[in-house]
Design a protein around this ligand. Structure first.
Ligand code: NAD
Length: 424
């Protein structure tokens, strides 16, 4: 069967190329047709808008904004809005596709989308950011919608921006519509449990993996790279379940203690120290590269993309990698990970706890009812656990890595749904 090779999304190796190469491998294994390949690859809709915004100094600046709907085969599209100088349509396209696979892996009824505005939020006042977000929302009134396309925060945006979006959309439609966006402040319909949701999903995947590898959590050691939202909560929750966290890190460096680091202390320290572990006394300082090479049972990368490469993958001694960060492992390193027999739980599964609780936020908004934290945790744990088992079994069935298996699960679900729904 002849395959149409997709044009590379970027010139050099980057997380998005890495994603496409795994997607291509999964489609080959599944033997999907060229037609289906194109349906799954090409975005459904792409909107580019110019946004004139009044700046505080009286000038008017025109920003470029994007929204790419990659797929609505499984349901309304879902994906964050990124405020960053480097945002391009290309990047947004690839991130939108990523969302399609992530939602499909955890079996939530969403397609994938992504949005972005090329801007530098750090150099803009709250007023300028508010006008920009409201202008973007106005421009996307016929794109967004609780049954159509549901944005969320991403790099450079947070609950504050989502509140402006919800307000602007609600005013334009003449009715309060909280379900149009997730990641809102809790007082206005945000969900309990969202903050720790991604780290919690990492913990659930790590425990499921330990069970498969017959590792006793009480005897297990773990190193966590990145001590932000995902890394710190994953570390805390794993420690709570008996795992000894021997190393944590952030941009300031890595911190190692063979006896175990007190994560509650480290979280307090980082919080009081402008989100930095610099000077943390409970451990010896090592480098982030050394952290990756520690002889631990579990490695949790939760910092940034492109960390495990062809060059350093040989140094890894962990039995399991649970990828909190997106695009953490470049595709070129997959082979060595597989040869070493490391169980790598891929990003599109391991960090899907966040989008799962975002889905719960949308469900609660639609119900007009608030769930308890206990209910949210119970339900998200079950979704993450079921997704892990499905991907693990698929890996066994096709004799592939969990990474390729995750893409297989996602592509099978979306392509089968498409066949039932039908096209023109
Ligand atoms: P964050 O900004 O809260 O934390 C990032 C942490 O990584 C910080 O401690 C920072 O100091 C550290 N870091 C940054 N660059 C580093 C480097 N070069 N070396 C070592 N440490 C470094 O971000 P987050 O929300 O925790 O996200 C982390 C990763 O997880 C990202 O890849 C993100 O895309 C992914 N992710 C996050 C969520 C979520 O819900 N927050 C969901 C899915 C995926």
């Amino acid at each position: 069967m002849a395959y149409l090779e997709p044009a590379p999304i970027h010139d050099k190796e980057n997380p998005l190329d890495s994603m496409m190469s795994r997607f291509n491998e999964a489609t080959r294994i599944l033997g999907i047709t060229d037609e289906m390949y194109q349906i799954l690859k090409v975005p459904l809709r792409q909107v580019v808008v110019g946004l004139p915004v009044s700046m505080d100094d009286g000038s008017i600046k025109v920003f470029e904004g994007y929204r790419v709907i990659h797929s609505t085969i499984l349901g309304p599209s879902k994906g964050g809005i990124r405020f960053d100088m480097g945002v391009t349509l290309n990047e947004v396209q690839a991130l939108a596709a990523w969302m399609t696979w992530k939602c499909a892996v955890v079996d939530i009824p969403y397609g994938g989308a992504k949005g972005g505005i090329a801007c530098n939020p750090r150099n803009m006042s709250a007023g300028e950011l508010e006008r920009l977000m409201r202008a973007y929302t106005q421009a996307m009134l016929d794109v967004f919608g609780p049954d159509r396309d549901i944005p969320a925060p991403d790099m450079g945006t947070g609950p504050r921006e989502m509140a402006w979006l919800m307000d602007e959309y609600s005013k334009a439609k003449g009715m309060t519509t909280p379900a149009v966006v997730t990641g809102k402040p809790i007082v206005m319909g945000g969900s309990l449990g969202r903050v720790e949701a991604t780290g919690r999903g990492v913990m659930v995947c790590a425990l499921a993996g330990m069970e498969r590898l017959r590792i006793n959590p009480y005897k297990a050691t773990c190193a966590v790279q990145g001590f932000g939202n995902v890394g710190s909560h994953a570390a805390y929750l794993l420690q709570e379940r008996g795992v000894t966290i021997v190393a944590v890190s952030d941009v300031s460096g890595a911190y190692y203690n063979a006896q175990g680091i007190d994560i509650v202390e480290a979280m307090k320290y980082s919080e009081q120290n402008k989100k930095s572990l610099e000077g943390f006394a409970g451990a010896e300082k090592i480098t982030n590269e050394e952290l990756l090479a520690l002889p631990v049972d579990i490695l949790v990368p939760a910092a940034k993309e492109d960390v495990i490469t062809e060059e350093n993958v040989h140094n890894i001694k962990a039995k399991m990698i649970v990828e909190g960060a997106n695009g953490h492992t470049v595709a070129g390193a997959d082979k060595v990970i597989n040869e070493k027999g490391i169980l790598a739980v891929p990003d599109i599964l391991a960090n899907a706890g966040g989008v799962t609780v975002s889905y719960f936020e949308w469900v609660q908004n639609r119900l007009g009812y608030k769930w308890t934290l206990e209910r949210i945790e119970r339900r998200s744990d079950r979704i993450m656990r079921d997704a892990f088992e499905k991907v693990y079994d698929t890996a066994q069935k096709y004799q592939v890595s969990m990474r390729i298996a995750a893409y297989i699960v996602a592509i099978e679900k979306v392509s089968q749904t498409y066949k039932f729904r039908g096209g023109y």
